[in-house]
Design a protein around this ligand. Structure first.
Ligand code: GTP
Length: 414
């Protein structure tokens, strides 16, 4: 029995020898069976100017006619107005393992007179796929999440043999924090071996200069020598110089996929001829799960944090608390309603005070009016009494003629 003290975690782990077979050595097999049953999903995006061989390469990579042959596609000569984002999904199977492959194409990229904003619809599409995932995560029912996030983006560089174009740099600069970028030199058979080597160097220098982060396979401590060497070999080929073809030729008695030239055949699956094999190895055989993991754990996680932070949600680093945007929105709504309620109450109070003031003023003027009325009435009464007194005196003395009385306009209506 071994005792290990986890000083930092404060947990004491005791390592014990088993007395017999228990069975958890079979755990990896359980995972294996389950994942084979569930099948795998992978979403790749291809970006590059029209005619760089994107569809041919995808067909060559997955050895299937994912893209229909161009002869059967109705060709339109209208130039599209914007960069489109189109996806094709197909289920493929190899030795009983199912893969649902989605290829997202971006026709129109780099095909305009002004390509300044060509990257924007592509970035929007990548982000909206992350938004859709985030929205599902925040639902009450999180079973069956549909993952449409892009796991890798193959960026096709035109085989000019010079350097990256401003369009290439702009695209990569804008997208590198959102997606696993895998740059490839398209139609590498149009360059000589030396030209490819020099072009690769120049491309890497440009990428470094602009601080663009392209996909790097992580190295793990538990990896054996062979895996480490294999990884290093794959990474040393980036940007992969690729050749695509769905045609087969006979070379020294072998059937090979390639492109035929008067001086011979360039073989797609021959590592001496191009990096196609290495690209396929990385994308499909060795790093598909890594690409998905990096997308989920790093790229998506960063996007999620930025998005939630922009909504004003912050996570206290000292307290682990799951932030729920719906709950947060609910809280904000309640706060807003409380504020509105308070404002309404204040307005009501002001209104009541004004009404009170008006009422007091009205009462005051009513009282004034009443007082004036009383005063006038009293004055009139006094006047009447005076006149009656006068009349009586006159009647008791010299009586007035009725004409005179009329002329003076006296009348006593009682
Ligand atoms: P859009 O659909 O217009 O975006 O084109 P794309 O990038 O999908 O190119 P596509 O695969 O249709 O290939 C265009 C042309 O280039 C076709 O005639 C292909 O045969 C040819 N092509 C494809 N891959 C290669 C390659 O690796 N080398 C050479 N020399 N030609 C290629």
């Amino acid at each position: 029995t071994d005792q290990i003290n986890g000083a930092s975690s404060g947990i004491t782990v005791v390592r014990k020898k088993l007395l017999g077979y228990v069975g958890f050595a079979n755990l990896p097999n359980q995972v294996h069976r389950k994942s084979v049953k569930k099948g795998f999903e992978f979403t790749a995006m291809v970006v590059g100017e029209s005619g760089l061989g994107k569809s041919t390469l995808v067909n060559t990579l997955f050895n299937t006619q994912l893209y229909p042959p161009k002869e059967n596609v109705e060709l339109t000569h209208e130039t599209p107005q914007t960069v489109e984002v189109k996806s094709i999904t197909s289920d493929i199977e190899e030795n009983g393992v199912k893969l649902r492959l989605t290829v997202v194409d971006t026709p129109g990229f780099g095909d305009f007179v002004n390509n300044e904003e060509s990257w924007k619809p592509i970035l929007d599409s990548i982000e909206s796929r992350c938004d859709a995932y985030l929205e599902q995560e925040n639902r009450v029912n999180r079973r069956k999440l549909v993952d449409n996030r892009i796991h890798a983006c193959l960026y096709f560089i035109s085989p000019t043999g010079h350097a990256l174009k401003p369009l290439d740099i702009e695209f990569m600069r804008r997208l590198h924090t959102r997606v696993n970028l895998i740059p490839v030199i398209a139609k590498a058979d149009t360059l000589t071996e030396e030209e490819v080597a020099a072009f690769k160097e120049r491309i890497l220098a440009d990428i470094n200069y602009h601080n663009i982060q392209i996909y790097q396979a992580p190295a793990y401590e538990y990896d054996d020598e062979e895996t480490i060497a294999e990884n290093r070999e794959i990474m040393s080929k980036i940007p992969f110089a690729v050749v695509g073809s769905d045609k087969e030729f006979e070379v020294e008695g072998r059937r090979v996929r390639g492109r035929s030239y008067p001086w011979g055949v360039i073989e797609v699956d021959n590592e001496e001829h191009c990096d196609f094999v290495k690209l396929r190895q990385m994308l499909i055989r060795t790093h598909m799960e890594e690409l998905k993991e990096y997308t989920n754990d790093v790229l998506y996680e960063n996007y999620r944090t930025e998005k939630l932070a922009a909504m004003g949600i912050q996570q206290d680093p000292t307290v682990f608390k799951e932030v729920n945007p719906i709950q947060k929105m609910e809280e904000e709504r309640t706060a807003h309603e409380q504020k509105l309620g308070k404002m309404e109450a204040e307005m009501k109070a002001v209104f009541q005070a004004k009404v009170q003031e008006k009422e007091t003023k009205l009462k005051q003027s009513e009282e004034e009016l009443y007082a004036r009325h009383k005063e006038m009435k009293e004055a009139l009464d006094k006047q009447r009494m005076d006149l009656e007194e006068k009349k009586r005196r006159m009647e008791s003395g010299r009586p007035m003629t009725p004409e005179k009385t009329k002329k003076k306009g006296f009348s006593f209506n009682k």
